[in-house]
Design a protein around this ligand. Structure first.
Ligand code: ZN
Length: 174
């Protein structure tokens, strides 16, 4: 288990699509442990394998003390709209308002290959959508039409005095 460097914007490996996982052995278990350690160290609420340079369909999400190991995850249902501040560990120092589904249902496998289904709304739902995007080579800035005005530097939030929601957003990166 190790804390590894997180790739940042501009690294082409962030744009690779994750390959399906069909082997549930040592490589996968070490990758999940490294993702978990690196996410907690950052700290963040999620981390996907492409952010560590591994183009495989594996991510972790931890919200409210519950760690989810997402292997080969896919969204099977989505409901509603939710617009909120969001950040990414691969785009340090910036946030933006991103509209996502309010609630999603995800089917995934755990590290042993066992299938499970999880529903998430609020931060959990947002974190799962953010991490699944990473597995598709997609970043939250791809939802913005004008980076210049929509991307908010953390410094600007701090200068203007952050409200509760913005302070919380600092812990909402994945
Ligand atoms: Zn991210």
């Amino acid at each position: 288990m190790s804390v590894l460097p997180i790739l940042t914007l501009g690294d082409p490996r962030l744009r690779l699509k994750g390959q399906p996982v069909d082997s549930f052995g040592k490589y996968l278990h070490e990758l999940i442990d490294d993702l978990t350690d690196t996410m907690r160290h950052a700290p963040g609420v999620g981390l996907a394998a492409p952010q560590l340079g591994e183009a495989v369909n594996v991510a972790v999400v931890e919200v409210g003390g519950r760690l989810l190991e997402l292997v080969n995850p896919r969204i099977v249902r989505a409901d509603g709209d939710d617009r909120d501040l969001e950040g990414c560990l691969s785009i340090p120092g910036f946030f933006a308002y991103v509209t996502r589904a309010e609630k999603v249902w995800v089917v995934a496998q755990d590290r042993r290959g066992k299938k499970y289904k999880i529903a998430g709304s609020g931060l959990l739902g947002r974190a799962m959508q953010h991490e699944l995007d990473h597995l598709d080579g997609k970043l939250f800035i791809d939802y913005l039409t004008d980076l210049e005005t929509e991307l908010i530097p953390v410094g600007r939030l701090e200068e203007q005095g952050m409200d509760e929601e913005e302070r919380e957003a600092l812990a909402r990166r994945g």
